[in-house]
Design a protein around this ligand. Sequence first.
Ligand code: PMP
Length: 414
Amino acid sequence: MHPTHPQHFDPATIRGDFPVLSELVYGKPLVYLDNAATSQKPLSVIKALNDYYSHSNANIHRGVHYLSQKASSMFDDVRLQVRDFINAKSEREIIFTSGTTDSINLVAATFGRKFIGQGDEILISAMEHHSNIVPWQLLCEEKGAVLKVIPMDDDGVLLLDAIPSLLSERTKLVSVVHTSNSLGTINPVKEIIALAHQFNIPVLVDGAQTVAHEKVDVQELDCDFFVFSGHKMFGPTGVGCLYGKETWLEQMPPYKGGGDMIQSVSFEKTTYNELPFKFEAGTPHISGVIALGEAINYLNKIDRNAAHAHEMALLNKATSLLMEIEHVRIIGTSKNKSSVVSFIMDGVNAMDVGMYLDTLGIAVRTGHHCTEPVMHRFKIPGTIRASFMFYNTFEEIDKLAEGIQKAKGLLRRN
Ligand code: PMP
């Protein structure tokens, strides 16, 4: 059951923290419902970027001078923040990457290089984002390994009963999405992890859509890898994280070669740096990491239970309003959902609906949402997706429903 909407949570105050939410689009107030693609940024995050370049910019981990040391310690502190944010055991388990996609590619390239061979199997699910499909396909092509897929039902719920028969002694990794970006389904990853661990198979969890909406505890989940992007949780684009259990990261070869990831280099033999630096070659996105730290500060300051309850109330309201609209069908009807509503309108192209809503200042996403196999499963070309954050309001949900009604009147031929 979704929790009820608490009285004390005030999105109006929260909205004040996000400058872009006051923008006008075509002279109309922006209704930003594309949060699954990227979240908006609070002023504190924007300011952190500006402050860093104004007062602290220097390259890190290399300089003896004041600014370099300052920037290094600001950067290193964020690793501790991320450790605490997802409750990792050690900061050695936190690798900064450019985002979820990069984190998954890192695991595919290094874990894959070391542990996956001819005839081995990797298990993913039917609702993965392309970035949790294609890196494994590339690896399978290279190694002669096999990709297997956990199916889902018509509600967009994974068929857990199918998992045991999909696991074999050849399965070397399970990689599943925590929260589906196109359906909203929240998968029972803890159960999946426990199941895989019975066969000593490690599990990667794609948490791109989770971190902004729910508290994550990687030790409680007991996942072997957890990946996410900064930009979906109020941080900047181009920065993200890979959490990996130290036992795995220690055994994995480096990803990219270059500065910072080495202990010593000679033409005969190079030795690699210790964790986590072994996986961080070259100058990282220093300002991005520092601003990500500010995004974590922001999240830590708000009442996350209340924020979550508000998002569930938005989801419930949008779901009931859309269900009342004839010829509109929601795709993704799991009982356990995040604040995402994907839908189609019979006889109308999803993009046309999106473009019409845009003229009203309403930002939604249309298409396959980088989950083409999900669209194939439902035999549709794409959906219209409205995705909510705690700064969205009930009034905005009303505008969405009205907009859809109008779009239907204009675009649908009887
Ligand atoms: N996985 C999921 C579930 C996502 O929603 C996304 C972004 N839409 C990604 C992976 C890829 O994230 P990024 O583009 O930030 O690397």
